[in-house]
Design a protein around this ligand. Structure first.
Ligand SMILES: *Cc1c(COP(=O)(O)O)cnc(C)c1O
Length: 223
């Protein structure tokens, strides 16, 4: 009990006020989430649709659920009624499906576009050119039930701090480009979601406004 509360407090002390903390609770049982909830945490990140829905159904209503994993289009319908943000949109197909399901529920779902900047071939996300193409195509402008509010990315899994920093700075300058070219008049487009347990301090130095932290709050996950 004490530990999650202390971990949260320790992380928050290191975060500037303008940075939002998403507590990544995937693979952790509900009791652990409730400890974080009781310590005041309200935003939780999950990466599996079933697990998130199960937790949503049994935990307090005022939790904001962020879907942070790779989302298959056929799973959107299960989370559309309640999800607070879908952080990892990596295709126009997925965006279309979110639009369709959000409309069915009379909702506007906030989303982030996920960039692929890291070296690993395994990471999902749009290359910068894919992202430019998605935005310049303009179909997204016709979607009244999705609100594109920023960008999300994961740095490479490496100990090389300079590489991590470079990747975050690439994301930051790309954010500025996209903001200028497509969202200049849109105050909602303001979220830069980068930084996890091992690199959130570097991320904050590189303009992050939202960090997704799991292990440093809840401890190691048991898969
Ligand atoms: C699991 C996960 C995190 C949290 O990672 P930690 O290293 O445990 O902090 C953040 N973002 C995404 C997309 C994840 O899948």
């Amino acid at each position: 009990m004490q530990m999650i509360q202390e971990n949260l407090q320790h992380i928050k002390e290191q975060l500037p006020k303008h940075v939002t903390l998403v507590a990544v609770s995937k693979f952790h049982p509900k009791e652990r989430l409730m400890e974080a909830y009781n310590a005041g945490q309200r935003i939780f990140g999950e990466s599996h649709e079933r697990e998130m829905t199960d937790k949503y159904e049994s935990l307090p209503d005022d939790i904001k659920w962020h879907f942070i994993g790779h989302l298959q289009t056929n799973k959107v319908k299960y989370i559309a009624p309640y999800v607070a943000m879908i952080e990892a949109v990596d295709s126009i197909r997925l965006l279309r499906e979110i639009e369709k399901q959000a409309a069915r529920h009379n909702r506007v779902i906030p989303v982030l576009l996920e960039l692929h900047i890291a070296q690993e071939a395994t990471k999902y996300g749009l290359t910068l050119d894919d992202c430019r193409a998605l935005l310049s195509d303009g179909e997204w402008r016709t979607m009244s039930h999705v609100s594109i509010q920023g960008l999300m990315m994961m740095a490479s899994f490496t100990n090389n701090q300079e590489q991590i920093r470079r990747e975050f700075l690439t994301a930051l300058s790309f954010f500025d480009e996209v903001k200028r070219d497509y969202f200049a008049g849109d105050d909602n487009f303001c979220i830069r979601s980068w930084g996890m347990s091992d690199d959130f301090l570097i991320a904050v130095e590189c303009g992050s406004t939202m960090v997704r932290v799991g292990t440093s709050i809840f401890g190691q996950r048991e898969y």
